[in-house]
Design a protein. Structure first.
Length: 486
């Protein structure tokens, strides 16, 4: 069964050609959790990437020079706000590629920072260069998705040209079209964004963009707030001025208080960095000096994502598709949800599907990755499937519906979740009420014998042992027959 899940499959392109070209084989069904890291452009030996980073800095210097407090709101929207470049199929959107983009809060945060704490942007003396990621160190709410969205928008013309070259050399004419791409590049003379035409792959009524593998990362950008907090102990010692160094240490000790716990320590660290913002530049310099490792770390993360969410999913689809009933439509959405969950359980436990959840000996670290893996396998259905549906009471992982009167939910949980018992008692029941449905399936993924025992205790305490709507998936790798013995 050919489900055309990935770029290479949908457009009939040999994956080896994509690999040789250096592009990631993106999904045509759902965003994959990868992001463009501007540091990989800055620290690259590739002069094209270095020039791209310089163009990003040029635009930020332009914004800095216009960062007057009374700047017209219309210009802030025109210069600072960007839609997500959804056509690269990268990011956090599940079951689709429509992300939120960079909204008003990001625009005004960046405008305010460039007029204040980032006023010296482009003229730093401690670091070897300027970095967009500095914004996420000053405004902790600015994450890798914001940084990646901003970077992607500023290098959109390059991504269009990169994809256009591939399309002309390796793709069929019937799979491509010339598109007018809005906001492709910025004209500094007119101070406006320019629309440009490119010959690109066509997916329904929209175009598709490829992204080079070597500018991607997964978990976070190389320069990021969490890492700065973790490395704080190295920063005061890097302060050259002895009096300033003493002031920083004294302030931190006072903020720390007596017998602090981990949360209090993080708060004291954050307070100290806000009080002495020069520590931010020292952290960035630390990351610059260790920059060569950024490429190997990011490459490993991207390869891991490819193995888990492309190569292994392909294997899962081929295996599960052999069970043709998996893709048949049951009578009710509840039957659909329960049957899909049970087949997925069977694939994980009875075949080598547990490798999907234990790639390279490492289990999925969060429930979003579980949702994405399950969602990629669950395709080719006649039901309307939505991911992370939020009806005011919090998001639920999946909602399957067939018409207005037939809706069911699936909630994925890791057995390691500390709130698992409370979730089973309350969470899905609340979701059912919010979605006006009384049917739901709870899927719990278990990685260790200790987790299995924990789940058994919880189900026994809640009198849920044997409940058909609770599907336990044993994804352990220590109780499966080895491939040589199978």
């Amino acid at each position: 069964m050919d489900l055309d899940l990935y770029f290479s499959e949908h457009f009939g392109v040999d994956p080896a050609i994509l690999d040789e070209y250096g592009a990631f084989d993106i999904s045509m069904v759902s965003d994959l959790p990868l992001f463009i890291d501007p540091f990989l452009l800055f620290n690259s030996d590739n002069p094209v990437y270095q020039q791209l980073h310089e163009e990003i800095l040029r635009y930020l210097r332009f914004l800095r020079d216009q960062a007057m407090p009374d700047l017209d709101k219309g210009l802030i929207n025109a210069w600072y706000r960007f839609k997500e470049v959804k056509q690269n199929w990268l990011g956090y959107t599940l079951f689709g590629n429509d992300g939120a983009g960079l909204g008003e809060k990001f625009a005004f945060d960046l405008h305010g920072a460039l007029g204040d704490i980032l006023a010296n942007f482009g003229e730093e003396t401690v670091t070897r260069g300027s970095h967009l990621e500095k914004l996420c160190l000053i405004r902790p709410g600015v994450g890798k998705d914001n940084i990646s969205d901003f970077t992607t928008n500023l290098i959109k013309a390059y991504l269009c040209e990169y994809t256009q070259t591939f399309a002309r050399e390796h793709m069929r004419d019937e799979d491509c079209q010339t598109f007018a791409v809005t906001r492709a590049w910025f004209n500094y003379e007119t101070r406006t964004w320019v629309t440009e035409r490119y010959y690109l792959p066509r997916l329904r009524q929209d175009f598709v963009l490829l992204t080079p593998v070597d500018v991607l990362t997964r978990d976070d950008t190389w320069i990021n707030y969490g890492d700065m907090i973790a490395k704080f102990s190295q920063l005061p010692d890097a302060v050259a001025n002895a009096e300033q160094r003493a002031s920083i240490n004294q302030y931190f000790k006072r903020a720390l208080g007596s017998d602090p716990d981990a949360k209090q320590r993080r708060k004291a660290t954050a307070d100290t960095i806000r009080r002495f913002p020069e520590l931010i530049d020292l952290y960035i310099r630390l990351q610059e000096d260790d920059g060569d490792r950024a490429h190997s770390v990011s490459a490993s993360k991207v390869q891991d994502t490819y193995r888990a969410l492309v190569a292994q999913i392909r294997h899962a689809l081929a295996d599960i598709a052999g069970r043709t009933e998996f893709y048949d439509k049951p009578w009710r959405s509840y039957d659909e949800c329960l049957q899909r969950a049970r087949y997925f359980k069977s694939y994980i436990e009875d075949n080598d599907g547990y490798l999907l959840f234990n790639r390279a000996g490492k289990p999925f670290s969060n429930e979003k990755e579980l949702q994405l893996a399950f969602g990629l396998v669950w395709c080719g259905t006649d039901f309307d499937i939505n991911r992370e549906v939020n009806n005011g009471r919090g998001p639920v992982d999946f909602k399957a519906s067939f018409g207005a009167g037939d809706k069911s939910l699936i909630e994925f949980k890791l057995a390691s979740n500390t709130a698992l018992k409370r979730n089973l008692e309350k969470q899905v029941e609340i979701y059912e009420a919010a979605n006006k449905t009384r049917t739901s399936v709870k899927v719990i993924v278990i990685y260790t014998a200790a987790q299995a025992a924990k789940v058994e205790r919880i189900l026994r305490d809640l009198k849920l042992v044997g409940e058909e709507s609770i599907v336990l998936i044993d994804a352990r790798d220590d109780n499966k027959p080895s491939a040589s013995k199978a």
